[in-house]
Write a protein that binds this ligand. Sequence first.
Ligand SMILES: [Zn+2]
Length: 68
Amino acid sequence: MQCPRCKGLMVDDWFQDIRDDTGSINFKGLRCLICGEVVDPVILHNRQVGPEGIPGRRKRRLSPAGVS
Ligand SMILES: [Zn+2]
């Protein structure tokens, strides 16, 4: 898997999706080691639906791994 932005290496990572109604859910996605681009099923779905359907959710990485 290559980063769509910088063609860098992407690794599996777990993310937390904050939801107002049901609390938080965790999901697996891909994160670029070079530029930090995140690719996950939610983002891919939103891109297919259209840019107007993207909610302003904040995502936080669960892993404490430092990003240089
Ligand atoms: Zn990248």
